[in-house]
Structures are given as structure tokens and as C-alpha cells.
Write a protein that binds this ligand. Structure first.
Ligand SMILES: [Zn+2]
Length: 311
């Protein structure tokens, strides 16, 4: 039994068929965490349907309407890089509600993981790079609208820059965006995050962690967010087909655990999302995502440091 909830829906699958994005990964991850006893069925919560109102806090009515009615232009579908289907639209709607639910649960339990989401390339008025709806932006705006949080930080460790996140929150001082990514990779245009940590090709575990963790620590101390949304891409992995960094599975788990420890030590709730992962063997992608949940469990079970004792 986990000390926090996992959010999952059977219709998270993006219905892509044969595609570099393994859209069956959501189901495979769900099955793996149950099979291995990482989670029990009681640990899983299922998102309901999304209100358009929630999506419209992060997206234009035109874009939401096009996704609902399947009226994307050819150039919009090209930018999205995945075929449109009603199933895709439903899956991204569910992912957005799932990330809202993960945020709500994280505020109660300290952690929560959506077994989807992290669609960080979605802009307010169009989709890009397999991302149609920016679930994290939708969730942050919903928690703010409900008065549950004021400030949020997005820590994006996907190998690709969080361009949609940076753009959506560019003028929003209540949200701090941090992206660590391979500089020489998609997207070509990288609007500035509050803090960008661009890496050279081929960076390995030690260098990665030495760049990431002090930057997260400083950002948490200076910004003092009410919640941390984690975009935990599996694609900095050395065997990834769309990434050019060389992290190991254990390095990726240390990445997750390091970020979670910094948040947990400051009593900042963490909601995790999956984002990308294109390893040659889909089992590797699933394992890396499962390790994010295990890392959160290990940190949740550590007692928070007695902050009053630190003089
Ligand atoms: Zn990615």
C-alpha cells in the first residue's frame, strides 16, 4: 500500500497505433505497478470527466473547440505530430483531469502521481510534439481558482525543453517554470522558462544531478511554492530514440528522488506526471516511470527533517 494515490484511467491510451510515442505505456505502467506490488488496487483513483471551464483557463476557446469537434487544420495536425482521433481528444481531456486530481491529492497526502500527463509542448492555442492539452497548466490554474494554492513551481526534467509551459506562464508571476533539457534537441524554438538549464549532448548522471539539484533547491528556497508539479520524462535515458543525453536508470531514479527530497524537506507537496519516453525497449520506459513512483514512496516514508532544529 502506497502512502499516496496514483491516478489512472483505462482510456488514457492516446490511440496512436504504431508510433514512436508508445501510447500503450500508460496501461503497461498501471499493470506493472500492480503486478509488482508497488501499488495495490486501493491506491488507484480514477479521474472523472473534465469540464471545459477547466481547460479554458489554459487554452483558447478556438483550440478547445477544434479538439472537441475534430476540426484541426492540416498544419495543426502536422505540428501536433500525432493523428487526431476522438480517442486522442478524450485521452488528453482525461489526462488533464488526472493531473488536477493528482494536484488535489498531493495537497492532502504530500505526493500523488498521474500515470499520464506532462504534455509540456502544448500551447494555449495549438498543440505541438504529441501534446494537445497542457494538463499541468490546466491543473495549476484549477487549484488556484479553487483557492487551494497561490504559487506553483513546474520542475521539468524531460529531455526536451518545456516550451508550452514557458509560454503559457510567461507573464504569470505565480508560477515558476524550470526546465532541464538537451539544448541541441526539439523544440527548435525555446521560449524562456524562469530558469532554463540547457545541457550539452551526452551528459551523464553525475553532471546532470550536479546541475539540476542545486538549481531546484535554490528555486524552492527563493520562490516558496505551495506545490511542485513534476514533469518526469523518461527520455534523458541513454537508450532513448529521441534523446541525446546518457542517463542510466539509476541516475534517473536519483534525479527523481533528489527533487522529491528537496520538496519533502520543505513540506512542499509534489504531483508527478509522466511526459516523454521513447526507449528502444518499451520496458525500459515503463521501468523508469515506475521508478519515479518508487522514489516518491521512499521519500514519503522518510520523515521530514525537523526544520525548527536547523538553526
Ligand atoms: Zn520529451
Amino acid at each position: 500500500m502506497l502512502p499516496f494515490k496514483l491516478v489512472y484511467h483505462p482510456r488514457y491510451d492516446l490511440n496512436l497505433g504504431p508510433h514512436v510515442f508508445p501510447s500503450q505505456k500508460f496501461r503497461l505502467l498501471y499493470e506493472l505497478v500492480l503486478q509488482e506490488g508497488i501499488a495495490s488496487p486501493d491506491d488507484i483513483v480514477q479521474p472523472g470527466s473534465a469540464a471545459d471551464e477547466d481547460l479554458l483557463r489554459a487554452h483558447t476557446p478556438e483550440w478547445v473547440g477544434k479538439l472537441k469537434t475534430g476540426t484541426l487544420t492540416a498544419s495543426e495536425i502536422m505540428k501536433l505530430e500525432v493523428p487526431y482521433s476522438p480517442e486522442l481528444a478524450e485521452a488528453v481531456w482525461l489526462a488533464a483531469v488526472g493531473t488536477i486530481l493528482a494536484g488535489q491529492r498531493a495537497l492532502c497526502d504530500g505526493f500523488a502521481s498521474n500515470l499520464s500527463g506532462g504534455f509540456h509542448h502544448a500551447y494555449s492555442n495549438h498543440g505541438e510534439g504529441f501534446c494537445a492539452i497542457h494538463d499541468v497548466a490546466v491543473a495549476i490554474r484549477r487549484l488556484q481558482a479553487d483557492g487551494l494554492i497561490k504559487k506553483a513551481i513546474v520542475v521539468d526534467t524531460d529531455v526536451h525543453h518545456g516550451n508550452g509551459t514557458a509560454h503559457i506562464f510567461r507573464d504569470d508571476e505565480s508560477v515558476f517554470t524550470l526546465s532541464i533539457h538537451q539544448e541541441n534537441n526539439y523544440p527548435a524554438h525555446k521560449p524562456p522558462s524562469n530558469l532554463d538549464l540547457p545541457l550539452d549532448d551526452g551528459v551523464e548522471d553525475d553532471e546532470y544531478l550536479q546541475v539540476l539539484l542545486p538549481a531546484v533547491e535554490k528555486s524552492l528556497d527563493e520562490f516558496c511554492p505551495d506545490i511542485l508539479f513534476y514533469v518526469g520524462g523518461a527520455d534523458p535515458f541513454g537508450q532513448d530514440q529521441l534523446g541525446g543525453l546518457r542517463l542510466s536508470k539509476s541516475g534517473l531514479k536519483a534525479r527523481d528522488k533528489g527533487v522529491f527530497q528537496l520538496a519533502h524537506g520543505r513540506n512542499i507537496p509534489v504531483a508527478t506526471t509522466l511526459a516523454g519516453g521513447y526507449a528502444r525497449r518499451v520496458e525500459d520506459t515503463i521501468r523508469i516511470h515506475a521508478n519515479t513512483i518508487v522514489a516518491a514512496q521512499e521519500v514519503a516514508n522518510e520523515s521530514a527533517p525537523a526544520r525548527s532544529a536547523i538553526k
